[in-house]
Design a protein around this ligand. Structure first.
Ligand code: SRM
Ligand code: SF4
Length: 586
């Protein structure tokens, strides 16, 4: 690896981390993957496991399946999570159907819509990895760079509003940027897409002719994952402030004037390492539309050259900015950009829409946002969402979009499809979005157990039950129509973005959680710790007490997050504890 620049957060003498060493030795992400793919073992060695992330797959060990082998801790049960990129969440009905088929044929029978508008499959065995990647490729999608130390799936408001030139132009810009920042290595094509019979012919069109070097990333790619989102001021459905790089469209009279550029957002924390922290992105400057690719490339390159490559805990862009200072960081970006950045336009996020429900598209057709609880598409007992989706996608052939709230939009529908969709959902035990409480609709949980190797507590599997118990309490308080974000994760890595939501519930240890309050739907404010080490069984009444306080003391039209922020989390706690003790009639 080239020496770090003199004022880099990582001193030039610092030893590169194990992941950096794996990248250095990998020849653009090849390493020992081809050899180990054919060695008959159930998994890969450590360096390959790290490299594989850049190819879109994580080696996992299902802890429950492991126990099931002989009733106690025993052999690891290795399988793979595979993430497929879907820039801006845009898909066709055929593509989603093919992804569902893949889950049935090579995965664990379910698929997962992620908090970044992508798709995850779990439970794929090593011997099927290659055919899996080939089928994703045949489906006109890729897993390349869905994970790893590169630009990830770029998020964008998915709403299909015809004639809304601003949204359309922004969505097209996302596709352009996703292509621009995609890794160019041929490793992916050579490892996964070679002809299964000859082993030689590259199946990817044009792949063989592409230069092997990475003009943007270089041989060691980025020090850490890198995430980008686009948002509109009136609709921050992508949580733009939680990203390494954010673009807020500045528009007037149906025309995009340019973008406010934000940098250095990120949620993950390691509680035992005080040097780690969640951060909202900082407002860096303004660029006209034609400079979006160049400014993104400049920021990526500054992070490439100045990010910490010895300590992955502090390698994200937020730490690079923290160490350099915002002004020095901006100066570096301007150097790579080749000109000064204009100051930010005053435009900022002021609205949020999850696009759930029925909406006219502006071309005589409609789109329907279907809330998918925690993004999990499955058939379990009487709840047969997967089969219902097969029917909707097969019969109506709508366009499809994935939202950054783990849900689906069906587009290009006729008004007469409304009844048909409700009929299909009901016939398969699935509620329409209109039948779901705002509490459930605005909630999200990360994957956590049993597949996530970093989970310390449950999330996806317990949030629906928590909401079941909270719904009657919310109704008793007369708050059933209030919208506030409730986000839960199985560890502080924060994959469901709990640190800028109205209520964040973060796994602390088995069965215990930290509660955070005071963020908001808009996603532009971090919340604060409210209570720590709360047993799962206490979450319902702890949250009911907070909501009782909100109900009693809020100002008209004040949202939950704004209320907690104004009153102060400590004062909410005092009030709620008295309510719980009965002193306030709780
Ligand atoms: Fe995440 C790691 C799942 C969005 C912060 N995340 C993981 C892994 C891969 C666990 C691992 O490293 O072994 C999880 C896989 C679990 C499984 O079994 O599927 C995982 N993250 C997810 C998804 C699927 C959660 C979901 O319920 O949808 C999301 C996939 C998004 C995608 O399509 O790309 C997901 N992860 C996020 C987000 C939200 C976002 O990006 O908007 C965050 C917080 C924002 C951020 O990046 O700071 C997030 N994930 C992390 C972190 C902490 C990063 C950090 O800087 O500290 C880790 C751990 C790490 O990287 O070391 C992590
Ligand atoms: Fe796993 Fe933690 Fe992310 Fe949840 S927040 S998916 S437990 S890494």
């Amino acid at each position: 690896m080239a020496d770090a620049p003199p004022d880099s957060p990582a001193p030039a003498t610092a030893k590169p981390s194990a992941v950096e060493l794996a990248k250095i030795a990998s020849n653009y992400l090849v390493g020992d993957i081809p050899k180990e793919l054919a060695d008959g073992a159930p998994g890969f060695g450590k360096p390959s496991v790290q490299l594989l992330k850049n190819h879109g797959t994580y080696q996992q060990d299902d802890r429950e399946a492991r126990k099931a082998v002989d009733g106690k801790k025993s052999e690891r049960q290795i399988s793979f999570m595979i993430r497929t990129c879907v820039p801006g969440g845009k898909l066709t009905a055929e593509q989603l159907l093919a992804a569902i088929d893949l889950g049935d044929e090579l995965g664990n029978g379910t698929i997962r819509l992620t908090t970044r508008q992508a798709i995850q499959h779990h439970g794929v065995v090593k011997g099927e990895l290659k055919s899996f990647m080939q089928r994703v490729h045949a489906n006109q999608l890729t897993t390349l760079a869905a994970c790893g130390d590169v630009e990830r799936n770029i998020m964008c408001c998915p709403a299909p509003i015809h004639g809304d030139r601003v949204r359309e132009e922004m969505q097209a810009k996302v596709d352009e940027l996703a292509r621009h920042l995609a890794p160019r290595t041929r490793a992916y094509y050579e490892i996964w897409l070679t002809d299964p019979d000859t082993g030689e012919k590259t199946l990817a069109a044009g792949g063989a002719k592409e230069a092997e070097v990475e003009p943007i990333y270089g041989p060691t790619y980025l020090p850490r994952k890198f995430k980008t989102a686009f948002a509109l001021p009136e609709d921050n459905c992508t949580d733009v402030y939680a990203n390494d790089l954010g673009f807020i469209v500045v528009h007037e009279n149906g025309k995009i004037l340019g973008y406010n550029v934000l940098a250095g957002g990120g949620m993950g924390v390691t509680p035992s390492a005080a040097k780690t922290f969640p951060a909202l992105a900082k407002r860096l400057g303004f660029v006209p539309p034609e400079d979006v690719l160049a400014i993104a490339e400049a920021i990526v390159k500054v992070q490439r050259d100045y990010g910490n490559r010895s300590d992955r805990k502090v390698a994200r862009l937020k730490y690079t900015i923290h160490t350099l200072g915002l002004d020095n960081f901006r100066a570096k970006v301007e150097e790579y950009f080749g000109k000064p950045l204009a100051p930010c336009h005053p435009a900022d996020v002021h609205g949020f829409d999850d696009h759930i429900g029925w909406f006219p598209q502006g071309d005589g057709k409609y789109f329907y946002g279907l809330n998918v609880e925690n993004g999990r598409i499955h058939d379990t007992g009487d709840f047969r969402l997967k089969t219902a989706l097969r029917r909707i996608l097969g019969d109506l052939k709508p366009g499809v979009r994935i939202t950054s709230h783990q849900s689906l939009l069906f587009t290009d529908l006729a008004i007469t499809d409304r009844e048909r969709i409700a009929e299909i959902l009901h016939a398969h035990g699935v509620k329409t979005s209109e039948e779901i409480s705002p509490l459930r609709r605005w909630s999200m949980a990360c994957v956590a157990l049993p597949t996530c190797g970093l989970a310390v507590a449950e999330s996806e599997r317990v949030l629906p039950g928590l909401i079941d118990s909270l719904e009657p309490e919310v109704a008793k308080l007369g708050l059933s129509h209030d919208a506030f974000t409730l986000r839960m994760t199985g560890c502080p890595n924060a994959c469901a973005r709990p640190y800028n939501s109205d209520i964040g519930i973060v796994g602390r240890t088995a069965g215990k959680y930290t509660i955070f309050l005071g963020g908001r739907l808009l996603g532009d404010r971090l919340n604060e710790e409210y209570k720590d080490v709360v047993p799962f069984e206490h979450l319902c009444h702890e949250l009911t007490a907070v909501l009782a306080c909100y109900k009693a003391e809020r100002k008209p039209a004040e949202t939950l997050g704004d209320f907690c922020h104004r009153k102060g989390v400590a004062n909410v706690r005092t009030w709620a504890d008295e309510w719980l003790a009965g002193a306030r009639g709780g």
